[in-house]
Design a protein around this ligand. Structure first.
Ligand code: G4P
Length: 524
């Protein structure tokens, strides 16, 4: 198969949801279809169960599992599907946001009884920012669900995206009869006792009286609803979907493996193959011959005897070849990667080549950090791996003076992995850790102790937000920094960060210094 065909057949995407909507279950069912796993239960949820938030061993166990399920590749019909897993726990949402920079499209799972939940909205905001094409899967139709039209309205309103149902549920809960696939014009009947693949049968004319034979008295209601659908929603517009303006919607029950194959079939047909990526210098097209890619995730090995890490590289252009020499742009060094790995469901294997859209694992002894670019030689820098303004802050102090070197190294590496962000107060030089979730502090403390043999102590710091500031007028910037000198910090790249005590103080600063730009992500 030629280089261009290899790119065209790739579908690299992420599944996201509010915790418990069914992301893990759906992922598993997709893998079953792809033949990547044979039995249900093979993919362990990497979410941290409620109530176990401070159970460190649980976190570590989960981390161990999640490396295997971070990327799951499989073949389906002539497509190469790459699913990127994202942590469900909201304290790890930054990890999720970064993973979303490496996907070409997204499937959002929504619980049919709960509708749009807070985490769904946040995740959609990231997709919208990047114009990522989104498919919605409304799950758990085997349980009593909200009214279908109401659900669709809620998605449009709260997720701020137009929708177009491509399938339609016939009742829900105990009366759930199945789904009419508008996209394929076929009827798929639900039977709670059968969890086998059942692609449905063709039913082009829903006015055919045979519909009654299958779904009895619900036939008329289905006809009416479908008529309404056709009246209310314009034809499905693939271009609008690819532009991130329109979300096709599917219904089903991941638990019962129902509606999942329809979703997968439509997904491989309509979802985009690898899209162009953006560097500070220029746009990179996937079919360019020269290799380029970026590191979006680093996973440390939790076994202290094997301190190696895995850097996850998304290939953006060119063919990756094992043992070829590539340039690591940040260090300027040429490197040869002799054992790159691909992730096929729950196993890792060394590969000889990989194509745009693929994610490969690079064994790492500390050379890579998140955001690193690897190329065939060209000096480019990929954009779009933002750090978000953290909202929880603590001073970090050394609790064992004999181990200050270990502590410094540990903090450095954990920050490179993207666990949290480190700021240095410009006034008193104290180190501040900023996170988006409470759990990260516990993870940091635990990992420093177990992986780096260092001890730290946290001191509370009540702070509202950290934001990056810039100003075209150096005088004004100087004036601002002078006035706020106790609240100015430096991030890991040496940039100025304003630590606002409260929303009110931030607003005052914004009002007073109109020419200063306050940024809430590190990419601007
Ligand atoms: P998440 O990754 O989005 O957090 O959700 P996950 O797949 O773990 O699903 C959350 C719970 O919802 C699980 O139950 C799962 O079995 C259930 N579930 C998922 N899809 C469906 C569906 O289509 N219908 C119904 N009725 N339930 C569904 P749990 O009891 O929390 O976990 P478990 O002990 O069964 O693993």
């Amino acid at each position: 198969m030629g280089f261009k065909e290899e790119i065209k057949r790739r579908r690299t995407f992420g599944i996201v949801s509010h915790p418990d909507a069914g992301k893990t279950t759906l992922t598993e069912k997709l893998l079953l279809f792809g033949g990547a796993i044979r039995v249900a239960g093979a993919v362990k949820s990497n979410k941290i169960k409620k109530g176990a938030a401070s159970d460190f061993m649980e976190i570590e166990r989960q981390r161990g599992i999640s490396v295997a399920t971070s990327v799951m590749g499989f073949e389906y019909r002539n497509y190469k599907v790459n699913i990127l897993d994202t942590p469900g726990h909201q304290d790890f949402q930054e990890d999720t946001f970064r993973t979303l920079t490496a996907v070409d499209s997204v499937i959002i799972v929504i619980d049919a009884a709960k509708g749009v939940e807070p985490q769904t909205e946040k995740l959609m905001n990231v997709c919208r920012m990047r114009k990522t094409p989104v498919i919605v899967f409304i799950n758990k139709l085997d349980r009593p669900a909200r009214d279908t039209f109401t659900l669709l309205d809620e998605i449009e309103e709260q997720l701020k995206i137009s929708t177009r149902p491509l399938s339609w549920p016939i009742n829900s809960g105990p009366d759930f009869k199945g789904v009419y696939n508008i996209y394929k014009r076929s009827l798929n009947l639900f039977d709670a006792n059968v969890q086998e693949i059942e692609p449905g049968f063709l039913f082009e004319d829903i006015n055919d009286p045979k519909l009654e034979d299958h779904i009895g008295g619900d036939a008329n209601e289905l006809r009416e609803e479908l008529e309404l659908v056709e009246g209310v929603y314009p034809e499905f517009d693939n271009e609008a979907y690819l532009a991130g303006d329109l979300a096709p919607v599917f219904f089903g029950s991941a638990l019962y493996n129902f509606g999942v194959q329809e979703l997968l079939d439509a997904f491989v047909e309509i979802a985009p193959s690898p899209r162009p990526s953006f560097t500070e210098e220029r746009e990179i097209k996937p079919d360019e011959e020269a290799l380029s890619g970026f590191v979006f995730k680093i996973h440390a090995n939790i076994d202290p005897n094997h301190r190696s890490r895995i850097a996850f590289l998304k290939i953006c252009s060119g063919k990756f070849e094992r043992n070829a020499v590539y340039k690591h742009i940040r260090s300027g060094k040429n490197i040869r990667i002799s054992s790159p790995t691909a992730f096929m469901a729950s196993q890792k294997e060394v590969i000889d080549e990989a194509f745009p859209g693929d994610i490969i694992g690079l064994p790492d002894t500390g050379n890579f950090i998140i955001g690193d670019t690897l190329t065939a030689g060209e000096e480019i820098h990929f954009k779009g791996l933002p750090s978000f303004s953290p909202e929880l802050f603590r001073y970090i102090e050394n609790a064992d003076p004999m181990k200050s070197k270990q502590l410094a190294k540990g903090i450095d590496q954990l920050m490179e992995e993207g666990v949290a962000q480190l700021f240095t107060n410009q006034f008193n030089g104290r180190k501040i850790i900023g996170t988006v979730g409470q759990l990260q502090f516990e993870v940091i403390q635990y990992r420093l102790e177990h992986e780096y043999n260092a001890k730290c102590r946290f001191e509370n710091l009540s702070m509202h937000k950290a934001c990056w500031i810039e100003c075209a007028d150096p005088k004004m910037l100087q004036e601002f920094k002078k006035r706020k000198h106790q609240k100015m910090a430096t991030d890991k790249r040496g940039r100025d960060v304003f630590m606002a005590d409260s929303a009110f103080i931030l607003q005052m600063a914004q009002d007073e210094f109109k020419d200063i730009k306050f940024h809430f992500t590190s990419e601007f």
